[in-house]
Design a protein around this ligand. Sequence first.
Ligand code: SAM
Length: 234
Amino acid sequence: MSGNLVSENWDDIAGWWVDAIRDDPTQSEEPLALLSELIEGTGGRTIDLGCGEGQAMRLLGSSVIGTDLSHDLLKTVAPAGRVAQARLPDMSWIREGSFDRAVSVGLIDLIPDHASFFANAAKIVRSEGHLVVVMNHPVATAPRSDPLVDPEGEILWRWGDYLTCGVTAQEAGGRIVELFHRPMGELLAAAGQAGWTLVRMTERGPSERTIECFPEYRGQENIPSLLGIVWTRT
Ligand SMILES: C[S@@+](CC[C@H](N)C(=O)[O-])C[C@H]1O[C@@H](n2cnc3c(N)ncnc32)[C@H](O)[C@@H]1O
């Protein structure tokens, strides 16, 4: 499996990701709708951590810098704003306190060291600034978690190894992406230890639009799949 693993660079699956943004509402409309809600009351100089092909930057507007590991994806961002290629969670190349807001969509569970992600984001965002994160809900990233149908046809959720940190291998564009799972308590504790105070947290299941595109999600409307959190730096 290791030869098939997307650990070094998303360049290998950049084309797949661009297609997913176009065709799959769980990768585009859903996270962007949640992001639009969460950014209310935040603003200013913004960095998009793990910007991909730039969909969140297009939503956020002009004073945004994007950073990502994938050169191929960054090439597609150019019309949306300035970009820098870097491997997160290292942010040592960014001046301390230089942003009012950091935004990150779909990145944290690709990063093996979430504690460094929160600590480094706290350095580059000014005091009273914000960190806005949209990510896979931990319920959905736990190894061996899955929907199950009970004898009456109701869809239930198998929690799998929810309560411990672990890794789930997920197929993506013919390759394998590792999702680093952390239970909710671990995520919130790590952010708190890094100096982030929780402002808002929102959990979502699949939207009606997603169910239209992928009817197999019907019955999972109340099973969380997406998580959005806003913190402020104290
Ligand atoms: C699921 S995509 C999300 C992209 C974008 N935020 C969006 O919502 O469209 C994950 C992105 O994280 C980037 N990525 C993965 N590991 C990274 C790392 N260690 N440092 C920086 N970017 C990384 C990938 O290149 C990819 O663009």
